[in-house]
Design a protein around this ligand. Structure first.
Ligand SMILES: NC(=O)c1ccc[n+]([C@@H]2O[C@H](COP(=O)([O-])OP(=O)(O)OC[C@H]3O[C@@H](n4cnc5c(N)ncnc54)[C@H](OP(=O)(O)O)[C@@H]3O)[C@@H](O)[C@H]2O)c1
Ligand SMILES: [Zn+2]
Ligand SMILES: [Zn+2]
Length: 333
């Protein structure tokens, strides 16, 4: 089969590899779509020290079961894999916190991932996709939408609260805007680009393009500030995100587009404003199942910037770096 293989730090090629072999509990899936994520760029840039070489890249996909050694799955089932492969037995797995599994392997990092025609996945890492969720949305549900859903749950979002989303045109941002709306929030989207703002306006209540967006957020909230920020960018926007919060506000930290940059947090600001900071990554199996149920109501539309065949993976990566892109890039094997 064909696959995108990273064979040493920063170096990859689309090449022929043997079909995956299954052990007990494993499932073979035929990939319908895989999705590109900013993380793939960071992995190729060497920011993931646990990368094992050679490895098939890709951690976001949807597929159809073709062979199963796990009685819970049968050929024809439409499934999405988690980002990680939990053992299902450790202390965290037993508490339903499988994203913290102490023995987890990570797809596309230290176990083969999904930029390929087929993939071997443990049944412990699979969730069936309900009717009503298109493949184009299911593909990035675990890494993007269920990850944001987990963050909103941890932050205790309640109906009618005001949520600011930074990087609102990105793969994470544009779907975070829609999920927060679907859960009853009033959403203020932040983007640097007036052109992109026109597109985002169809999903958000307000769109802000000012670099100093906290002042506009205050104006839009009667001077109070937002209840919550979904921070999908990182160091370029975190200062304004914190300034946008009301007293007792929460910020969910998801993006880190410049991993070399640090941010100096003033503890007094955090303390005196009673701010809650939540670092957020991955999603548990239960988060994915709950999110897919929400998505089956049709309230979140997949925003796809482009779809590339596997053989043109290099062009897809190039487009990922293009600043005018809105939404996700899909790979069709
Ligand atoms: N925590 C997790 O579980 C998780 C999961 C997936 C991704 N991520 C991270 O989340 C971030 C976004 O990922 P993505 O896949 O959505 O990437 P993306 O599609 O490239 O979107 C990033 C968005 O951030 C904005 N942005 C980029 N550089 C910026 C800068 N210097 N200043 C201000 N805004 C900037 C841009 O929005 P505008 O052009 O509209 O301003 C861009 O569309 C990345 O750091 C990624 O690693 C985290
Ligand atoms: Zn991802
Ligand atoms: Zn475990």
């Amino acid at each position: 089969m064909r696959a995108v293989v990273v064979y040493e730090r920063g170096k990859y090629e689309v090449r022929d590899v043997p079909m995956p072999r299954l052990n007990d509990g494993d499932v073979l899936i035929k990939i319908s779509y895989a999705a590109l994520c900013y993380r793939d760029l960071l992995q190729l840039a060497g920011y993931y020290p646990r990368m094992k070489y050679p490895v098939i890249l890709g951690h976001e996909a949807v597929g159809v079961v073709v062979e199963s050694k796990d009685p819970r799955f049968k050929p024809g089932d439409r499934v999405v894999p988690l980002l990680h492969e939990p053992d299902g037995t450790c202390e965290f797995c037993m508490r339903g916190l499988d994203s913290y599994c102490i023995n987890a392997l990570s797809y596309g990092e230290n176990v083969n991932g999904f930029f390929a025609e087929y993939a071997r996945v443990s049944g412990n890492a699979l969730v069936k996709v309900p009717n009503g969720v298109p493949d184009e949305l299911a593909a990035f549900t675990p890494c993007v939408i269920a990850m944001v859903y987990k963050g909103l749950k941890r932050a205790g979002l309640t109906y009618g609260e005001t949520v600011v989303v930074t990087g609102a045109s990105g793969g994470v941002g544009i779907h975070a805007v829609q999920l927060a709306k679907a859960l009853g929030a009033r959403v203020i989207a932040v983007t640097r680009s007036p052109d992109k703002a026109r597109f985002i306006r169809q999903f958000a209540d307000d769109v802000v393009t000012e670099q100093r967006f906290s002042k506009v957020v205050k104006d839009l909230t009667n001077g109070l500030g937002a209840d919550m920020v979904i921070e999908a960018v990182g160091t370029p926007t975190i200062e304004e995100s914190l300034r946008s919060l009301r007293s007792g506000g929460r910020v969910i930290i998801i993006g880190n587009v410049n991993p070399d940059e640090t941010y100096q947090l003033r503890l007094g600001y955090l303390i005196m404003k009673d701010v809650v900071m939540i670092g957020n990554v991955r999603s548990n199996r239960s988060d994915v199942a709950e999110t897919l149920k929400i998505l089956s109501k049709g309230l979140v539309k997949p925003v796809i910037a482009a779809t590339y065949p596997l053989e043109r993976f290099g062009d897809a990566l190039e487009f990922m770096r293009n600043n005018s892109r809105i939404g996700k890039i899909l790979i069709k094997p």
